[in-house]
Write a protein that binds this ligand. Sequence first.
Ligand SMILES: [Zn+2]
Length: 266
Amino acid sequence: MTLAEVIGTLETAYPPATAESWDAVGLVCGDPALEVRKVLFAVDPVAVVAEEAIAWGADLIVTHHPLYLRGTTSVAATTPKGRLVHTLIKHDIALYTAHTNADIANPGVSDALARAVGLTGDLVPLSPLPDDPWRGLGRIGTLPSPVTLGDFAERAAEGLPKTSWGIRVAGDLSRPVSRVAVSGGAGDSLLGTARAAGADVFLTADLRHHPASEFMEAGGPALIDAAHWATEWPWLDSAASILASSGVNVETRVSATVTDAWTRGY
Ligand SMILES: [Zn+2]
């Protein structure tokens, strides 16, 4: 398969035009005519992921996060990002990003997160696009049967990949939980939306003290704050399976390397 053919399949599932205007998605480096046999999926375009790609013999890395979100005027190897570009080009490895276009897709990043924490039934976007009720940010669904917040938190921690500090919970652990809202990555912009949607608990990442404290003072619902990397990691498998199910003849691998910013909790 050529890189162009692999990208064509990814872009059917995650059209670049559906990314936010501030986002930077698509091909970062690589020749569309490159022959692709092995594709590595990872959350972050960082040095340790490039090393994994080299060791495995990957021809393409697909990441969720963009390398250059804010643009650049140089790819000199004098910065970590420039060095990464040099490393990839030297080893003939392409880099491709699907970010907010994967967030809002159906299925997208938050569908995979919802499945990972135990939601098995129908899911709808927490914040649907005005022109498409089936696509948008976040997801909300109902657990097969109600559980306590404490039990749900344990189930969520088990379903997500392990990170240095796991998950944090705000709320009464004995409260029943049935409606669950999730949003992969930093989801504090959806706090009010989760409440208005009738969620019993909202699971996301990167929640800060003041918004979380004020939210709980106003009656909740309960909050679960997970590691940013862990909330987006479940999507990698779903993206990899898109290539497999579309008949693209490549070998895929999901990177299990934890690239969350926080490396140790005490
Ligand atoms: Zn993210």
